[in-house]
Every structure is written in structure tokens, then in C-alpha cells.
Design a protein. Structure first.
Length: 129
């Protein structure tokens, strides 16, 4: 069964969120969709988003070598139940992490890896109760 997805966001793991935020705001005139301190900013460009995420110390310590081959993450917005989709993908041999969310954040998130280790994320809007 095919998964129905729409490309929603590309996340870049960066050293200096504020510096890159100012660059994209100034050079490309992107709008801020959301911002959480110095760790995260989501920039909007049309129907698409660019996320700037503070890279972890573990990532920075490795420089551009080691397990990670890229500092980007593709995010796919899904409409089906993310928990069931995760189970289905695991049964197909896809490496998937746990489903997570954050306080006051309206989405469920689940990261996975393609066969070359590139990280992607599934994003499902929470049901409003």
C-alpha cells in the first residue's frame, strides 16, 4: 500500500541558528513560522518550510565525518495514524525511531532512516479534542 505524503519541511542542523535565521530572512525574505529560543526556527516559503535546528554537541564534535553524511532531514506530512504507519514501516524493514511530540506542539513526529542512513521524519497533526 502506498503512503500518501506531501513534502512539508527540510531541516538543516546548524551551528548558529540565529546567524542563519538572519541570513534567510534578509537574503530570501522568508517569514518566521515558529521560533523556540536559540535552538529552533521554522521559516516559511510559500507552501514549504525550512527548519534551522541547533546541531547537538555530539554532531559538532564529529565535524563532517562519522555516522552522519548530511545535515538535512526531509519531513513528510502524513494523514494516516503515525503509530500504525511506524509499525507498518518497521515490518517492511525500515529503521524507525519512537513516535514523539513536544509540549504545546500540535504534531506527532517519528524519524526514520533510508537505506543509506539519511534521516527523514513523518509528521502527523494531532487530533483536537
Amino acid at each position: 500500500m502506498a503512503i500518501s505524503v506531501n513534502l512539508d519541511t527540510i531541516i538543516l542542523y546548524v551551528r548558529d541558528v540565529e546567524r542563519l535565521k538572519l541570513f534567510y530572512l534578509h537574503i530570501f525574505k522568508l517569514d518566521i513560522a515558529e521560533e523556540h529560543g536559540t535552538q529552533w526556527v521554522l521559516l516559511k516559503t510559500g507552501n514549504f518550510h525550512v527548519g534551522l535546528h541547533q546541531a547537538s554537541e555530539k554532531y559538532l564534535a564529529r565535524g563532517n565525518t562519522g555516522q552522519w553524511k548530511s545535515n538535512a532531514k526531509i519531513v513528510f506530512k502524513v494523514t494516516e495514524d503515525i503509530h500504525l504507519l511506524r509499525i507498518r514501516l518497521i515490518s517492511q524493514g525500515v529503521a524507525m525511531r519512537e513516535v514523539k511530540t513536544f509540549d504545546d506542539y500540535p504534531y506527532w513526529l517519528c524519524d526514520g532512516e533510508d537505506p543509506e542512513g539519511n534521516v527523514f521524519q513523518l509528521k502527523q497533526q494531532k487530533l483536537i479534542q
